[in-house]
Design a protein around this ligand. Structure first.
Ligand SMILES: Cc1cc2nc3c(=O)[nH]c(=O)nc-3n(C[C@H](O)[C@H](O)[C@H](O)COP(=O)(O)OP(=O)(O)OC[C@H]3O[C@@H](n4cnc5c(N)ncnc54)[C@H](O)[C@@H]3O)c2cc1C
Length: 464
């Protein structure tokens, strides 16, 4: 950036003229809170926090920022786990949470139209009232926003059967760094007019534009759903069961795993009745017509038994199903109780290599003398190795960094990736070239420069 940064009082005054004085925060409290997100160890300090209410206000803020060369970091609820909203270069944090109108649920076209600040859970609940489903289901759904979900291409518990956020984005209104407002895609199911900018925006982490409206695809809500749980002596056996389920022609709605460390920790914390002697737990689910659910749940249970599951339970009531799902939902909060700092990653491998990857992670944890519990989306090959550590122990933190570098290396060696759903942010930028290669990173930079020549949008992150 070539222009001089505005002084804070000038900037505050001009921003207030755009969004109203009550929606510009420069107090120390706001600058601290909006200087971080859900990623430990990263903290920036913005000059101002701005909460616009319309695309026109966003455009005016971006024009001003462009003139002054001030960085702008778009932000939803700040729940991302890759330091993607940390304003390490200062500037403006543009929080989209006031733009939370759910404008339309179009039952004929099966679409929803909303502003970016709507939470995932609110959209899911509104769709359910019309007997429709918005499938992406991140664990953070009660807090995270749709704008954040699209910008990180969030996944969740239904990824195996239903895909991830990008599979549900049909159109977007976007404010470019220049202040121009464009609309890409729309309510149509087919559209090949030009490059697919909607897809490009998915996972762009606030570096290409600010999303101010979204048109999202919905599907008819399934009539019925089933949930079950299987215990295995080893994660290798659970991994083989996953392959057997899929090879048998069943595509479960949910296929999640917990490793031994996570099972014990969850039971200590959440008391959901897990067998703490288990080497691994597989949580499975199916939805559809009652007949499909009954047939597939039995087939999944059979596949688990065939691979040596010691015990397989299929929930017979809503409460039992909720208790099983609670075991998965409690994984992260339970592990977090073991030490003051929790570092969660999301290396992803081809699903047939899941068990091998968990073994590699266990060996890496032992070599670095660290506690790492691993859980995740077995059906997607998406693992969340979670390391718990004392932030005051500099030596342990150093070992954590080495361990995660080795975990990413192992994932890449297996034909996997450094992040399946949490994104690059600041946290994984050092590993991006190993994943993409130099030529592709250079292409990303040229794409970024085409959208944002002055580099004001979320600088120092993807594409910088
Ligand atoms: C307990 C917990 C569980 C989680 N579970 C999951 C999970 O199951 N699956 C999963 O994928 N993730 C999960 N996450 C991570 C996180 O919730 C997701 O990344 C989520 O999509 C972030 O949404 P947000 O509104 O908090 O966005 P933020 O964290 O505020 O922003 C994320 C990124 O999007 C950009 N951005 C936000 N809004 C806009 C906008 N309107 N225009 C342009 N850019 C924008 C930001 O600049 C940033 O780069 C979890 C996090 C926690 C804390």
């Amino acid at each position: 950036m070539t222009a001089m940064r505005a002084t804070a009082p000038d900037l505050e005054h001009e921003l207030a003229a755009i969004v109203g004085a009550g929606h510009v925060r420069v107090d120390a409290g706001a600058r601290t809170v909006y200087g971080r997100d859900a990623t430990p160890q990263y903290q920036g300090v913005p000059d101002a926090v701005v909460l616009p209410e319309s695309a026109e206000q966003v455009a005016a803020v971006l024009r001003l920022a462009g003139e002054r060369g001030v960085p702008v970091v778009p932000r939803g609820s700040g729940t991302n786990l890759s330091a993607a909203t940390v304003p390490q270069a200062g500037g403006i944090v543009l929080a989209l949470t006031r733009m939370d109108r759910l404008m339309e649920l179009d039952r004929e076209n099966l679409v929803a139209v909303c502003q970016p600040g709507v939470t995932t859970a609110r959209l899911v609940a509104a769709a359910a009232e019309h007997n429709l489903l918005y499938p992406p289901d991140p664990g953070s759904r009660t807090t995270a926003t749709i704008g954040g979900n699209v910008s990180t291409c969030a996944g969740g518990l239904r990824g195996l059967k239903y895909g991830v956020t990008r599979d549900y984005v049909l159109g977007a209104e976007v404010v470019l760094a220049s202040g121009e407002i464009i609309r890409c895609g729309g309510r149509v199911m087919k559209d090949v007019a030009g490059y697919d900018l909607v897809r490009l925006l998915c996972g762009s982490e606030g570096t290409l534009g600010v999303i101010t409206e979204l048109t999202l695809r919905l599907v008819p809500a399934p009539e019925d759903a089933g949930t079950g749980l299987a215990y295995f002596d080893t994660l290798a056996a659970a991994g083989r069961a996953v392959s057997r389920v899929l090879a048998g022609g069943v595509l479960p709605a949910t296929l999640e795993f917990l490793d031994r460390t996570t099972v014990r920790t969850v039971e200590d914390f959440a008391h959901v009745g897990l067998d703490t002697d288990a080497g691994a737990v597989l949580i499975f689910g199916q939805d559809g017509t009652p007949e499909t659910v009954a047939r597939d749940m039995e087939r999944i249970a059979e596949a688990c038994r065939a691979e040596g599951a010691n015990d397989v339970t299929v929930a017979s009531s809503h409460d039992e199903a909720e208790a099983i799902l609670e075991a998965r939902r409690a994984a992260l909060p339970s592990l977090s109780r073991l030490a003051p700092m929790t570092i969660l990653e999301d290396a992803t491998v081809p699903r047939a290599r899941l068990a091998e990857m968990v073994e590699r992670i266990e060996a890496i944890a032992a070599r670095h003398d660290l506690v790492i519990g691993t859980f995740g989306h077995a059906g997607d090959g998406n693992l969340h190795p979670t390391c718990v550590v004392d932030p005051g122990d500099g030596d342990a933190i150093e070992r954590v960094h080495h361990a995660f570098a080795e975990i990413f290396e192992a994932a890449l060696e297996m034909g996997g990736t450094i992040t399946g759903e949490h994104g690059i942010g600041l946290a994984k930028l050092p590993f991006l070239e190993a994943r993409l290669g130099a030529a592709q990173v250079a292409l990303l930079r040229r794409i970024k420069a085409a959208f944002d020549p002055a580099g004001i949008l979320n600088p120092g992150k993807l594409g910088s």
